[in-house]
Write a protein that binds this ligand. Structure first.
Ligand SMILES: *Cc1c(COP(=O)(O)O)cnc(C)c1O
Length: 453
């Protein structure tokens, strides 16, 4: 076996994030004020988000945005992350493809989410904010933000989707260990939560509902801002450290990826690995494919509609131009909690429209089968979310084999699954199933959306 791991030094941690919007020929459609349907001005985001983050959100001109030293210093706890050649998986698949993965699971909280959590907490702190709120699905974002909030001395309240609160109690414990307050959503602590519980007393929650609750609390608490772990442009921006490092590491490996794959919830880890490479395609005509892997039970990029929609269930957020399943969509209770979100971020949605991004949807059982093979051949138990990227990678590697072609595949291992073993238990016991959205459910959800585009 030749080189297995490609490692960078601390000095190689990127000094700037990459803002793909500056290089896009067709910019994403503007986000809208839901009351006026007019494009939102940056200042209108200030009540909700730190000003610096609002500015990043709207920035369409600067391709590079400096990473503050304080943020880079905290990145040093676990960055740069390794790029790994998956020889074990290649051998098991007997494929001519070369498979590489960027291992974001080595962060202290086990996922890529810390890349943006640290940045968001820093910019809030810089502006004198004392309290922040957020939502979390599987608990990965909440865990990351809990550490980041503590690092910058901020108080944090996390609304955690109820099903995950019960399925993944250890993520709750992690957040509490870092000092955050964790509330199961829907809760009785907000108007949005009370309404949902009144209408559906047994509702197990969704990211959309939890966002509504976190936004509501932030708007009602002095000196408090809301933070979001995916979907928004500034989150994609922070995550580009993944792809920027991977770019250097692929060079060390002496290869360039033909296909880049990331699992897809709201789009942050996918964008993080893909955008720095996509830049070569946009600016230099490089021939690469980028593929988003999403659950068959929550297929916004493959079966959703491109439309203005809210980012949350109650309709508190601005209107975002996105591929969406409708903001009232209640996804099946799959274990990849981080992928149970109704929409895709505005940048990825535009890139998808422009044919620069592909998408595949994958059934839950296929993801666990892929995860098990990956665990057995590479020694890492992947997060159920990341397993979607692994399943898509295996499909690409099998295609390369069938076509008798060498192909270089790079995927992002967004997190490890060591806190998701209850899900693996169910899989091993044969108790897991597949969920596929029916056309009726889909059109029912979309019918409620106001047509603006
Ligand atoms: C949150 C999460 C995701 C999905 O979110 P994106 O913003 O689409 O990346 C994927 N993998 C892991 C491990 C996560 O925690």
């Amino acid at each position: 076996m030749s080189t297995k791991k490609f490692l960078l030094a601390e000095k190689d941690i990127p000094v700037a994030w990459y803002n793909i919007v500056a290089d896009m020929q067709t910019k994403p459609a503007p986000i809208l004020n839901p009351a006026t349907k007019e494009p939102l001005r940056e200042e209108e985001l200030y009540p909700l988000f730190a000003k610096a983050l609002a500015h990043q959100e709207m920035n369409q001109t600067d391709a590079w945005i400096d990473i503050p030293d304080e943020v880079r210093d905290l990145y040093k706890i676990w960055r740069p992350t390794p790029l790994v050649r998956a020889y074990g998986l290649e051998k098991a698949l007997d494929t001519p493809a070369h498979i590489y993965f960027k291992n974001e699971s080595v962060s202290p909280v086990g996922s890529h989410k810390l890349n943006s959590a640290i940045a968001q907490a820093y910019f809030c702190k810089e502006e004198g904010v004392t309290n922040i709120t957020t939502e979390t699905g599987a608990g990965q974002w909440g865990a990351a933000l809990s550490y980041a909030a503590k690092a910058f001395g901020l108080e944090l309240a996390v609304y955690m989707v109820k099903i995950s609160y019960h399925q993944k109690p250890y993520r709750r414990s992690i957040m509490q260990t870092f000092g955050a307050q964790v509330i199961a959503s829907p809760s009785m602590s907000t108007k949005a939560g009370r309404k949902t519980l009144t209408d559906h007393p047994n509702y197990q929650g969704s990211l959309g509902t939890a966002i509504s609750e976190a936004v509501e609390l932030a708007m009602q608490t002095p000196n408090c801002k809301y933070t979001l772990g995916s979907v928004l442009n500034h989150v994609m921006l922070h995550q580009t450290v993944i792809g920027l490092e991977a770019e250097k590491q692929m060079e060390m490996a002496g290869e360039y990826p033909d296909v880049i794959i990331g699992c897809f919830g709201g789009g942050s880890n996918f964008s993080g690995i893909a955008f720095p490479f996509l830049r070569h395609k946009i600016l230099g005509g490089k021939d690469i494919r980028v593929v988003a892997a999403e659950p068959a039970s929550c297929p916004k990029l493959t079966r959703g509609q491109y439309q203005y929609d809210f980012g949350d269930e109650a309709g508190y957020t601005p209107l975002i131009p996105m591929f969406t399943l409708g903001h009232s969509f209640a996804p099946a209770h799959i274990h990849a909690g981080g992928l149970r979100y109704h929409g895709a971020g505005a940048i990825v949605s535009q890139l998808r429209k422009d044919g620069l991004v592909e998408a595949v949807d994958i059934h839950q059982l296929d993801t666990f089968e892929a995860a098990t093979l990956f665990a057995q051949t590479e020694g890492i138990i992947p997060a159920p979310e990341s397993s979607h990227a692994i399943a898509a990678t295996i499909a690409e590697a099998n295609k390369a084999k069938a076509e008798g072609k060498q192909r270089t595949i790079l995927f992002n291992l967004s997190g490890h699954g060591l806190i998701d073993m209850a899900a693996y238990d169910q899989y091993l016991a044969g108790d897991l199933g597949n969920y596929e959205l029916t056309d009726e459910e889909l059109s029912g959800n979309l019918a409620g959306l106001e047509k603006i585009l």
